[in-house]
Design a protein around this ligand. Sequence first.
Ligand SMILES: Cc1ncc(COP(=O)(O)O)c(C=O)c1O
Length: 423
Amino acid sequence: MSAVSTLSPVFPLGTRVNERGRLEIGGCDAVELAREFGTPAYVVAEDDLRWRARAFMDALAARHADFDVLFASKAFPCTAVYRLLAEEGLACDVASGGELFLALRGGFDPARIYLHGNAKSEQELREAVQAGVGHVVIDSLHELERLERVVAESGQRQEVLIRVTPGVAGDTHHAISTGQTDSKFGFAPVDARVAIERLAGGSHLDLVGLHFHIGSQLLALEPFRAAVRTLAALGDFPVYNVGGGLGVAYTAADRPPAIADYVETIVAAVHAELGEDKRLLLEPGRALVANSAVTLYTVQTVKRNVSTWVAVDGGMSDNLRPMLYGSKYEALIADRPLAGGGEPCRIAGKHCESGDLIVRETQLADPVPGEVIATPVTGAYGYSLANNYNGVPRPPVIFCRDGEARVVVRRESYEDLAGRDVD
Ligand SMILES: Cc1ncc(COP(=O)(O)O)c(C=O)c1O
């Protein structure tokens, strides 16, 4: 059996094979982490997360004077991640009252929080206004009226942006494409004009700019350029928020644009179409947090049917993306990551659905029960889409740095599963 010589580049910065021949993340031996904290577990390399945040900030600072990078917090909404990204100087995008609560708890200055959502309730708007959220991104005329009422009651004023649907569709899964015509998100340009006029007619709302977000896991840059082009026709504003959406490499075969190339494209389009004096906001989620985390599982059974089925102790309860989008992942055995060779395997979850696959096809070298499987690139929309199907408690989140591991979200207990039941 031939050994492979290097790890896949999709693992977090600093991941390596240590002297014991095991996977090491953030200086911590992954097999030891599995022993100490149990599996499944989300393991985050803290340095990787900081490095990606700085890559966005530095790329913008080098090209444009007035900007903010907003953490699209739906991608990984736990206190420690909010806290770390607030420390790195990012602002924050929240899409519900719950995310707002978490962002405030994580230390974000309310003035640097942007509230999104296509169906914000009056209660959520009230919570945002009372918290002093800097900007609400208005998504519909009904919301405009509702927000106007809520802000009038508060006796304050509120800065707002209008979310525009530019009619641009990126090449991604239909469930995460949002910029196309006939989207549930935002205003079609003709309706955006109505909203702009209404806001100009005097109210408690100050319209400062426009927003779009055309979709997620986008691997081509042209749609971003095309979307920026559509904004100029709607007037001249001081603030433009061009959303998130930059795709990441889930496997070594994926070739996403580098963060600097993405920023270069956006800035060039904004300068050409809208001007150099604008306040420019980017809203990355996935590209900030996806590659920083690895999920560890323990092999429970191996069955050789037509395929080789390697069943682990997690699945669609901790990573719903394969079920939702048919997403592809890589995997290796953390006890011997360079083993190489082996046989084609399917890595199956423990849930009562045949579609519950973590990895549809990978090569593993004779995995046996008790060994630790690591799947990289689980930092985005893993924790946030996690659920309790089959009464499976959700995994902990463990931050690793310089060989020190700390639990930042504890594993759910069976008691937690019944925690909201009233009898
Ligand atoms: C309004 C908005 N901004 C930003 C994002 C983040 O997108 P991504 O994780 O693809 O960067 C999303 C994702 O759904 C979004 O809806």
